[in-house]
Design a protein around this ligand. Structure first.
Ligand code: SF4
Length: 277
């Protein structure tokens, strides 16, 4: 476990350094800002929630401001985001926070409407720097797959100390959220470009099931394909086959793997390019 978690953290940290998503609230320690984005992003994609965050924080830089405002105005600002009961809960929380600060509630923010285990952990980690893992769906998926654990909650609970040893919990949580949403997605995870691929139990198990005798050389070839494509606008498959010195049918299989992972796009006339977002 020690070696596996060491490599997990080492590769995750290196990937996060160059691939983190930037949001204005990412560096804040203000619990109100963290609470706001957490409520906005429940059942909503982060990019979309972020647009609403910008509007809300401008209007309500602190809970007192929101508590003074009417439900009608808050719902108007919320309009288009859906699940309006979240706006109601936010308003109710603001009224509580007008009387009591986050520090008064610490460490149990579940006294606020809409705060469950996950949001409580997110507040403890992002606002208070506590050594806790904010077990959202992305984090659970990556850890569950990498360590091949069915009972992920139990595994995280028993191994939090080890996983967060020499790793700031804010960075750990945010890195896993980003990896889970960009690479280790629910459907069609992009294992071929994942920084955790070498040690990931899900990936290793699935690859060995395929009984692919040239697994390592295929992995290397896929890496070479991506390298060629990031330095060119598009390349024809025959040219790729020549550059890599492999037969076209073998190349096609590798290209299909990368296409399935959402890494590249293959046109009808067999030109290959990196898939745009
Ligand atoms: S190798 Fe695949 S399954 Fe494993 S963590 Fe990476 S994307 Fe997820």
């Amino acid at each position: 476990m020690k070696n596996k978690s060491y490599l997990f953290k080492k590769n995750l940290r290196a990937w996060y350094k160059n691939n983190r998503r930037e949001f204005s609230w990412r560096e804040t320690k203000d619990p109100w800002k963290i609470y706001l984005i957490e409520i906005l992003s429940q059942q909503t994609q982060l990019q979309r929630a972020n647009k609403y965050y910008d509007k809300f924080i401008l209007e309500y830089p602190n809970p007192k401001k929101m508590a003074q405002d009417s439900k009608r105005r808050i719902l108007k600002l919320w309009s288009g985001l859906g699940y309006n009961n979240r706006a109601i809960r936010l308003h109710e929380s603001a009224k509580i926070l007008r009387e009591k600060s986050f520090n008064d509630l610490y460490p149990d923010f579940k006294q606020l409407p809409g705060v469950g285990d996950y949001t409580n952990s997110a507040l403890l980690s992002f606002a208070y720097g506590e050594k806790v893992i904010a077990t959202d769906v992305n984090i659970k998926r990556v850890i569950g797959r990498y360590f091949k654990k069915d009972s992920v909650d139990k595994f995280i609970k028993n191994n939090t100390k080890e996983l967060l040893y020499r790793f700031n919990s804010r960075d750990f949580n945010q890195a896993l959220m980003d990896l889970g949403s960009k690479i280790c997605t629910n459907r069609n995870p992009k294992c071929t470009i994942c920084p955790l691929e070498q040690e990931c139990m899900k990936y290793i198990n699935e690859e060995s099931k395929k009984q692919e005798p040239f697994k390592n050389s295929n992995r290397k070839k896929r890496g070479q394909i991506v390298n060629i494509l990031i330095n060119a606008e598009k390349v024809h498959s025959s040219e790729l086959a020549k550059k890599l010195n492999i037969e076209e049918n073998k190349l096609n299989k590798l290209l299909k793997d990368l296409e399935r992972d959402g890494v590249l796009y293959i046109s009808n006339n067999k030109y290959i390019e990196i898939k745009s977002n």
